[in-house]
Design a protein around this ligand. Structure first.
Ligand code: ADP
Length: 196
């Protein structure tokens, strides 16, 4: 399966999602993470050599792609309409992470508009959701559902472990923090939903 993670805005958890989804899928089948973002955030994350799966740049991708069952692609932020068309054409599932913030949702809706016009197979993932008493996550989900936009049941809470884990070169599952398990559980739910 080829899964692409894309977003129009930066800072919505695109790389975090690509890395943790690759980690989940790799538990059962050889998974390759392709870093197609010019910031090379995923490559930097992988540098200490502690991620459980292989990470290569989009330039190196051709050499490795045949050896893997699953490919997760982290893409360049701010894709153009043409980029989105190519991304949608070249994968089985396009994941669009967004935080529940108004500006991020606005950017998401514009991306969704383009994807709906091309009948792309995409699904939205709510990320960096603030804890109760905030209702932001719930309200964002209701808005997306009211617009008939496909959204994963799984959602990713805002947790400090997500900010710290990359600094250690690990995924949250392997980060020594009491909340790390809760953080990993969100991406486990996402992985299960995708493979169901
Ligand atoms: P993008 O690839 O969309 O720019 P990143 O995955 O790099 O987004 O995340 C942006 C910032 O937010 C990073 O500092 C990251 O550690 C942090 N982050 C991502 N997901 C979460 C989360 N669920 N909770 C808290 N911080 C998060």
């Amino acid at each position: 399966m080829i899964i692409t993670v894309a977003s129009f805005k930066g800072g919505v958890g695109k790389t975090t999602t690509a890395v943790h989804l690759a980690a989940y899928l790799h538990q059962n089948k050889e998974t390759l993470l392709v870093d197609g973002d010019q910031n090379r955030s995923a490559m930097t994350w992988a540098k200490p050599g502690k991620l459980p799966f292989k990470v290569v740049s989009d330039v190196q991708m051709a050499k490795y792609i045949r050896q893997f069952e699953h490919i997760v692609i982290d893409t360049q932020a701010r894709p153009t309409k043409e980029d989105l068309q190519e991304l949608a054409d070249s994968c089985e599932l396009l994941i669009l992470p967004t935080t529940p913030k108004g500006l991020d949702l606005d950017a998401l809706l514009r991306t969704v508009d383009v994807l709906q016009q091309m009948n792309a197979n995409f699904k939205v993932l709510l990320t960096i959701i603030p804890p109760a008493p905030s209702q932001a996550g719930k309200e964002a989900r209701e808005m997306l559902q009211a617009e008939n936009i496909p959204v994963f049941q799984a959602e990713i809470k805002r947790l400090v472990a997500f900010e710290r884990a990359p600094l250690e070169g690990v995924i949250v599952r392997d980060y020594p923090d009491p909340r790390a398990e809760a953080a990993w559980a969100g991406y486990e739910e996402l992985g299960k939903e995708i493979l169901a």
